[in-house]
Design a binder for this molecule. Structure first.
Ligand SMILES: [Zn+2]
Length: 133
């Protein structure tokens, strides 16, 4: 299995790198290889697009069940945000108490280590949503 090039330098570059479909101009984050909107017409035509990494909370929820893959303290907060580029993203909201979260709150997408090691022994990194102070 080959690794898409946008994942290789993930730690240095992940924040704010999405992809844009060259056919329909829709932007996606996290990056994906095929545009789900027009996959037949534009297969393989995704280019990297730098995003602001900023967005606003649309909705959020408190999750009490442990995450199936990552060791995260429960409960934790999952939020759906809309980024400045009109990309919606679901992510783990950190550095804030549930009672203090409000719709419309500004957040930033940042790279964090995702808990401990995965079952396969690989340390996972991924994005987290952090409130803008
Ligand atoms: Zn497309």
């Amino acid at each position: 299995m080959t690794t898409p090039r946008f994942w290789r330098e993930i730690e240095q570059r992940y924040r704010g790198i999405g992809v844009q479909c060259e056919n329909c101009s829709r932007v996606y984050f996290p990056p994906r290889e095929i545009c789900p909107h027009c996959r037949r017409k534009s297969f393989g035509r995704m280019k990297e697009k730098e995003l602001s990494g900023k967005g606003k909370i649309l909705t959020y929820t408190k999750v009490h069940e442990p995450h199936p893959e990552y060791k995260m303290l429960t409960p934790y907060i999952m939020a759906i945000i809309e980024m400045e580029e009109n990309v919606r993203l679901t992510g783990h909201l950190v550095d804030i108490d549930y009672e203090d979260v409000k719709p419309g709150m500004e957040v930033e997408v940042t790279m964090r280590r995702l808990g401990e090691e995965s079952p396969k022994g690989i340390i996972y990194y991924g994005y987290k949503l952090v409130p803008v102070k």
